[in-house]
Write a protein that binds this ligand. Sequence first.
Ligand SMILES: O=C(O)CCC(=O)C(=O)O
Length: 284
Amino acid sequence: MERIETHDATPGVVVEALTRGPGAICIRGLFSESQIAEARRVVMAHSEDRAQTVTHFQGQAAEEQRLHLQRRVWNLLAKGGVFSEMSEQPVIVGAMRRFLGDDFIMGSIAANRILPGGPGQEPHIDYPYWDYHMPDTFPLGINTSFALNAQVTIPLDPFTAETGATAFVPHTQHELRYPAEGDRFFERCQRMTAEPGDAIVFFGATWHCAMPNRSTQDRSAVLIQYLPKFVKPMEDLRAMVGEDFVRRASPTMRQLLGLNFPYPQNLDEIAVATNAEGRKNAMR
Ligand SMILES: O=C(O)CCC(=O)C(=O)O
């Protein structure tokens, strides 16, 4: 995976890596030590002795009774201001505007903590493609010529082969397919090795998965999912953050919460008759 400095991370460079390139790129040192320390403190506090939260792609670990060695912390926006800073980071926002459209939204911001000895995941692709192992449930002709997802992984601990850095198979995003047993994922994969504070940006149609943590230290990361404006978000962020958060939200945060795209609506109940859409005089 290519690693670039922040000042080289133009929208063009990032989008090229996600589309024609391998599907992933690492931007070095995008977040400060204090941001990472604060994010890590919150993630650890919320996953120390908490009952288990829902997780994904961990069927094998569930079978082996090892689910407790990986922990998810959902709804991070409501758990600390640093997560708003991360999701609104201007270099990321610039790249996402180009990749997913100016009105892109956030579908999820969560942490994935893998404890020492913790399990890896099933190789997969991300929401909304994550159940593409049932391709007949998707529109005829769907492909990756335009993106319905982008992911940003922000390591809070060193991402090494030993700690369980995410594995991915470069260039698999070009053809939309859910990886199968016969695809030899684990023989072909590379690792998203990175330092705390780096940001790994990838197209979620690229085959990937968390890997087992074979070290003696924790491996946590913040995972942000971005989507085009018309894809239903995975976490109900708008409802989860509450009214106070929305009142104080910046214009970018309002967009990330989907507030610039006001559908679905009960059009039958709208009291004032206006022209809501169209080139001319649209009054949403
Ligand atoms: O934590 C990781 O390394 C990757 C997590 C992931 O791919 C997922 O949960 O969809």
